[in-house]
Ligand binder design. Structure first.
Ligand SMILES: Nc1ncnc2c1ncn2[C@@H]1O[C@H](COP(=O)(O)OP(=O)(O)OP(=O)(O)O)[C@@H](O)[C@H]1O
Length: 616
């Protein structure tokens, strides 16, 4: 083993997020996925920004309306009054239409952002066994990956697409235009006042944002834990009912919810000064626009020679310009809350992407074909293919192989294993509970690497099929036929197993299951684990092997929930189809169907024997 595997796992579960450089890096990671290619996401974003530009242009014209109206009323000018009325009517129509279109375009942008991000994250999740590593192995991974895909993505896309994007990009141009307009009338003093006001806002916000980012991420994590708790109640409702575990689970749900509430309270406490500052800043901005009027009217005396009606009109028009400049600046400080809240969620997403990419680099589950893997070689990745094996090769050859639990390399389950599993082998793996039997199946399935020694995998994973200890039944209103043909999708091959499925149902005594599913082709809306017994599910799961007819079946206690006579039928079916198998089990009757036995002692030792003589 190299020192690389001996390094203690770096724990990231308790990572706290802040508003700083890491946030900007996370934005880059996430946005390079959202805008990874020139597609609809970019198009909708550009349309939204263009519409905001148009809206600002219309607003600029609307800004002169009240000044014109003052003038028309104070000079009792009929013509100007009606002209201004019509102009206002058209302008408001155009403004409202543009605002409607901005909302529409930004929603389209949001949908497309979400589509890009969710699909990319799901692709990463299901590549290189990342979902397995994140959920089952990694102590170095991330919490609630499912929540990051389902909720965090939604929040990032919604906040960015609908609240931030429309104003972020046009903002600088609007600010530049109204800065120039303010400069024209109020000079450097007016512009300076606006900018000092804005900079104070930025300075205060910077300190308020840091804790906001951290607390939002903490709340998100606890939201995930709370939802997961309720999902596990849903999945295990019957076991809980049999245990009468309601008081226990009620207390636990309260406890987990209380943690969430405490975090939400913490976030709310930080929202208080932020929200106060935001409101105060907005209101004070209104006052600032009058303070700026003070410069040209009182200090500079720019309009001393103007008549009363003209001055009223000028004050109104200037007020609009100053208010708009301050509004455009304060809009940025208003966005700060959204941006601050996004910091935590954005970094959660970026961590997901980084973790998935790391898993891909390490290459776990990468190699499906046959290969030889020397764990003593400096490159521990299974992509270290030494030699691809031919048709007649042994399925597996282990020379001095040791394997252990993946997150604790010092805990060896089996040491110095020398074993060959060839085509036609029927191997039974036995031993006390926790000794590493299922882990042996994990090594054969290549979801766990070996720690030391030389492992030769001479069989493609596509020709290996597993029946796991707990039958896996995918959810989503699937038909019984789809459950049988899993993991192949009927959409890809509708004929799969059609010629043998009826015989299979009859031999595995599954007619009552078919009846409860209203036939083989009716989508069902119940939970499979709630409706059917473990024995029935085990038989469906076993049926998959008969349908797919792999070269090798890995049976992890695959018959422990069925009668001995059904067990005999199941093994007979495998033998008739000449499928080799490696079984894990405790029942002595299993010896009937195996030629070799591998007994693990749980302390790293093992004994491999021929069992022909032990058969009854
Ligand atoms: N994903 C994992 N991460 C860390 N440790 C694990 C993981 N899966 C299993 N282990 C540990 O590895 C050891 C061997 O587990 P394994 O599932 O191989 O036992 P087993 O012999 O099949 O037991 P049983 O007969 O009870 O099913 C156990 O101590 C278990 O806790």
């Amino acid at each position: 083993m190299t020192s690389k595997t001996n390094e203690p796992p770096k724990k990231r579960f308790n990572k706290d997020y802040s508003f700083g450089w890491a946030y900007f890096k996370s934005i880059h990671v996430v946005f390079s996925i959202i805008f990874g290619q020139a597609d609809l996401a970019l198009l909708f974003a550009i349309i939204t920004i263009a519409l905001v530009g148009l809206s600002e242009y219309i607003t600029n014209h609307i800004g002169t309306i009240s000044g014109d109206m003052y003038l028309a009323l104070m000079t009792k000018d009929h013509h100007k009054f009606w002209q201004t009325m019509w102009k206002a009517a058209y302008m408001y129509l155009a403004k409202c239409g543009t605002l409607g279109l901005i909302t529409f375009a930004s929603w389209l942008a949001y949908i497309q952002f979400r589509q890009n991000l969710v699909k990319a994250l799901q692709n990463k999740y299901f590549a290189h066994l990342t979902y397995y590593k994140l959920n089952c192995i990694d102590s170095e991974g991330i919490d609630n990956p499912d929540q990051r895909i389902t909720q965090d993505v939604e929040k990032v896309c919604n906040d960015f697409g609908i609240q931030i994007l429309p104003y972020l990009f046009c903002g600088p141009f609007v600010v530049a235009y109204y800065t120039w307009d303010t400069w024209r009338t109020a000079g450097a003093g007016g512009v300076g006042m606006s900018y000092v006001f804005f900079l104070i806002g930025v300075f205060v916000n910077f300190f308020l944002m840091k804790p906001l980012a951290k607390w939002t991420a903490r709340v998100e994590k606890q939201e995930g834990n709370f939802r997961y708790k309720h999902m596990s109640i849903r999945d295990n409702a019957e076991s809980l009912a049999l245990y009468r575990a309601e008081p226990f689970e009620n207390t636990e749900c309260h406890r987990i919810f209380n943690v969430l509430i405490r975090k939400q309270f913490g976030l709310t406490m930080w929202m208080l000064p932020t929200s106060f500052w935001q409101q105060y800043f907005d209101y004070f901005g209104g006052l600032m626009s009058y303070a700026i009027q003070f410069i040209p009217i009182i200090i500079l005396g720019t309009y001393d020679n103007k008549s009363g009606p003209d001055l009223a009109s000028i004050i109104s028009k200037n007020a609009f310009v100053y208010i708009y400049l301050i509004n455009s600046l304060t809009r940025y400080t208003d966005l700060a809350i959204s941006v601050g809240q996004l910091a935590g969620v954005m970094q959660r997403l970026s961590d997901f992407i980084i973790c998935a990419d790391e898993a891909a680099r390490r290459g776990l589950g990468e190699q499906n074909g046959a290969f030889e893997y020397d764990a003593c070689s400096p490159d521990l990745s299974p992509s270290a293919i030494i030699q691809v094996k031919g048709e007649q090769a042994d399925f597996y050859r282990f020379e001095n192989v040791s394997y252990g639990v993946p997150n604790n390399p010092s805990r060896i389950l089996v040491g110095n294993l020398n074993l060959t599993i060839s085509n036609g082998t029927r191997l039974l793996v036995t031993g006390p509970s926790g000794c590493g039997k299922s882990s042996f199946i994990r090594v054969l399935s290549r979801i766990w690497n070996v720690n030391t020694g030389r492992a030769t995998f001479g069989v493609d994973l596509e020709k290996v099929m597993i029946v796991p200890q707990r039958a896996y039944m995918p959810t989503g209103a699937l038909t019984l036929r789809q459950q049988f043909t899993f993991p192949k999708h009927l959409e890809d091959d509708n004929d799969i197993g059609r010629d043998i499925i009826d015989n299979l149902i009859q031999r595995l005594d599954l007619e009552s299951v078919v009846k409860q599913c209203n036939g083989l082709d009716t989508p069902v809306d119940f939970e499979w684990h709630e409706r059917f017994t473990p024995g029935e599910l085990q038989r469906i799961s076993f049926g998959r092997v008969i349908i797919h007819q792999p070269e090798l079946a890995l049976l992890d206690e695959a018959t422990n929930n069925v009668s001995e006579s059904l067990e005999a039928t199941m093994y007979k079916m495998l033998q008739d189809l000449k499928i080799s198998y490696v079984s894990v089990g405790h029942r002595t009757t299993l010896l009937h169907y195996h030629d070799y036995s591998l007994r693990l002692d749980g302390r790293g030792g093992y004994e491999a024997t021929e069992v022909a003589s032990e058969k009854l």
